[in-house]
Ligand binder design. Structure first.
Ligand code: ZN
Length: 427
């Protein structure tokens, strides 16, 4: 038992006392429709966060993604960082959340940007992915300050753009300009919605490839005089389904990727177009072009070179059976898998805090998809990075996205306790 004046108890009661404020702050964030694409309201959201952080006593900087093609006058890419410096000697802990959200899509029964509260949940696009996480980060640090606990290190809180579209003008930019770096940053927590009792230690790799098959146009009433690029593509897609998918399903990673179906390597056909646009007026023609985008997720046990070679080989063999067809393959995106070292003090601090706050063991997971962790690990070179935050992963990007208020409060406590632990306070 710890005494009532113990820093941990004081911080936990400050979080409880701030519940209404945490809910209000999360709702305010949800009401700013930072939809990506195209990247709406980024400046407004960065200012909202920056103003809030400076009122709380942070030194605030805005970091604009100058030079990135997606940074335009219509849709400026503005990131914000606040730093609260304690006495020297302690670590620098960086809490990073992306504030862009995916478009609402259809199927909503509430206003996606209304931030309705019902049944102990806040509803809205981006509430779970990941505006509740940003609120939890800010109030974790705030509870420590309100409890009068002096920290020997630095807490940084950032709100960044474009995670949903790769994070190149967001966390990657902060890493590239050295604002998150191995030299200055000890620990990074990204409060993505991985569930309140799970610590996410990394993700699988991503290989997006564009394949174009090229045939020869002819009159559609005499298809035998042409070469159909769609027929050639269907050979490839058939081979992906019959040959590659079963092979990938047998390749299982040692990383604790969730859900179970994502424990193995996967491939998805992300998009396809070929021949005449189906919406337009049709004239009879053999399709001379067909194009797909393939989304291959690979395991830390697979090398990228072998992944690319395997796909290239399958494509070459499939197209060889379509006489006269040719093809072009182009890499669109390559992200290597990342994994935080098992013995990272960051993992231990969060797992201990989860045990203390929730009274149950933490679960260690890896993400099926990629997130900003890759930029922290690969560009900034910071090994101690995890995702931990409120919200149920399955609700992200769904209609009627919501986040449990209890989870937000508990995640706030967990983050606050982990920060204390890493700073060596209240052990
Ligand atoms: Zn997210």
């Amino acid at each position: 038992m710890v005494s009532a004046s113990h820093p941990i108890d004081r911080v936990v009661s400050q979080v409880d006392a701030a519940t209404e404020e945490i809910v209000g702050f999360t709702r305010d964030l949800v009401r700013i429709p930072t939809i990506n694409p195209p990247g709406d309201q980024y400046e407004a959201c960065a200012s909202f966060l920056g103003d809030d952080l400076s009122r709380r006593g942070y030194d605030v900087e805005y970091i604009v993604a100058e030079g990135r093609p997606e940074h335009t006058p219509q849709h400026p890419r503005v990131n914000v960082i606040g730093a609260r410096r304690g006495s020297s000697g302690g670590p620098v802990i960086h809490l990073n959340g992306h504030f862009d959200v995916v478009p609402p899509g259809s199927g909503w029964t509430v206003d996606p940007f209304g931030a309705v509260v019902r049944d102990g949940r806040i509803f809205g696009r981006g509430v779970c992915d990941m505006k509740a996480g940003i609120a939890a980060a800010i109030f974790a640090a705030e509870a420590i300050a309100r409890a009068g606990v002096a920290l020997p290190g630095v807490i940084e809180i950032s709100g960044t753009v474009d995670e949903e579209s790769g994070g190149f003008a967001g966390v990657a930019h902060l890493a590239r300009v050295g604002r998150i770096s191995n030299a200055r940053t000890d620990f990074v927590i990204i409060p993505e919605p991985l569930d309140v009792d799970r610590v996410c230690i990394g993700h699988r790799g991503v290989y997006w490839s564009e394949l174009t098959t090229i045939g020869r146009i002819a009159h559609g009433s005499m298809p035998f005089l042409g070469v159909s690029a769609i027929d050639a593509m269907s050979e490839v897609l058939g081979a992906v389904r019959r040959e590659l998918q079963p092979r990938l399903a047998k390749r299982v990673t040692a990383m604790p990727v969730v859900p179970d179906g994502a424990r193995h390597a996967t491939i998805n056909i992300n998009g396809i177009d070929g021949g005449q646009p189906v919406d337009g007026i049709q004239t009879p023609c053999v399709a001379d072009r067909c194009r797909v985008v393939l989304d291959r997720r690979f395991l830390i046990e697979e090398s990228f070179e072998s992944v690319r070679e395997e796909l290239a080989d399958l494509v070459a063999r499939s197209i060889a059976s379509s006489k006269g067809a040719e093809y072009v393959m182009r890499d669109l995106m390559i992200v290597d898998p990342v994994r935080t070292p098992d013995d990272s003090p960051l993992i231990r601090a969060l797992e201990d805090a989860i045990q203390r706050v929730l009274g149950r063991d933490a679960r260690r997971v890896a993400s099926p998809g990629t997130y900003d962790h890759k930029h922290v690990a690969r560009i900034a070179g910071v090994p101690h990075c995890v995702a931990y935050g409120p919200g149920e992963l399955e609700l992200a990007h769904q209609p009627d996205e919501s986040c449990r208020i209890d989870d937000i409060v508990n995640a706030t406590k967990v983050m606050a306790l982990a920060v204390l632990d890493l700073m060596g306070v209240g052990r």
